[in-house]
Design a protein around this ligand. Sequence first.
Ligand SMILES: Nc1ncnc2c1ncn2[C@@H]1O[C@H](COP(=O)(O)OP(=O)(O)OP(=O)(O)O)[C@@H](O)[C@H]1O
Length: 310
Amino acid sequence: MASDTVLIQARGLVKRFGDFTAVDGIDVDVRAGEAFGFLGPNGAGKSSTMRMIGCVSPPTGGELQIMGMDPRRDGPAIRARLGVCPQSDNLDPELTVQENLTTYARYFGIPRRVARERAAELLNFVQLAERAGSRVEPLSGGMKRRVTIARALVNEPDIVLLDEPTTGLDPQARHLVWERLFRLKQQGVTLVLTTHYMDEAEQLCDRLVVMDGGRIVAEGAPRTLIERYSTREVVELRFAADNQEDFAGKLVGLGERIEVLPDRVLLYVGDGDAAVSAVHARALTPASVLVRRSSLEDVFLHLTGRTLVD
Ligand SMILES: Nc1ncnc2c1ncn2[C@@H]1O[C@H](COP(=O)(O)OP(=O)(O)OP(=O)(O)O)[C@@H](O)[C@H]1O
């Protein structure tokens, strides 16, 4: 359960690389016990933000406080209380699964016996107990990701940072990782994650920010954002033609908003079935019709004019 205690506070946070501004003055509050998401397309500045929070990349400007400490001054003390799951797995391929955890535990000064016990518990938690003695190298991508998550928990962190925890995994592996993250959240661990999977963000995150071009373009609970920036339902229409734009013109007046994508037209409405009847009443014959609930993808499209999935 989220409390009012703010664990991460950023004000006007900036990250520049030379002349290029990757993070352009963002304000963020992450509260204890919540799952907080940074959402956005590639290059939005999510990883750069995470790396500043993880105290591996110093802010260029603005204020950042983590558990009341300043990353510029208190990096080691902050890192001791963080668990980090970076975008690409950086496990030691030469070591076994268990050794990856126990070796990592040594950086935190955790006694050997405690480290072994904890490694066993955590491998159980990520459902890899039977692979404890295997070398990391032959494991599947999903298994490696779960080992990385287990390793991030070895120091019993107050905050776990996960940069794209499910990117590159097949749907089943993704589901397994996501399900474990739900468990962690239920245990009261504060999760901060980046993703461009809108469905996952919608289910897991208590609150999130949508980033684009280094800025925050919206902030709130997933449902609130959807209610604020979209309609209840969306009708997706595909027309058998190269140019969907021609058809979009014929839909004017049928919805609150129309978005034209290269391969389909989205009609934003309160009642999808009624809108489909109205489309047919105009003697339009789309090749396919899909009625669905609005999602964060629609919020993103509305705010940025672009889809999130490349
Ligand atoms: N070390 C660096 N030097 C120069 N430019 C960088 C560096 N790191 C990131 N950038 C640039 O900053 C921008 C934001 O990158 P960042 O990795 O934070 O985005 P992101 O939202 O995490 O996207 P992705 O999902 O691709 O990681 C990008 O244009 C990237 O090329």
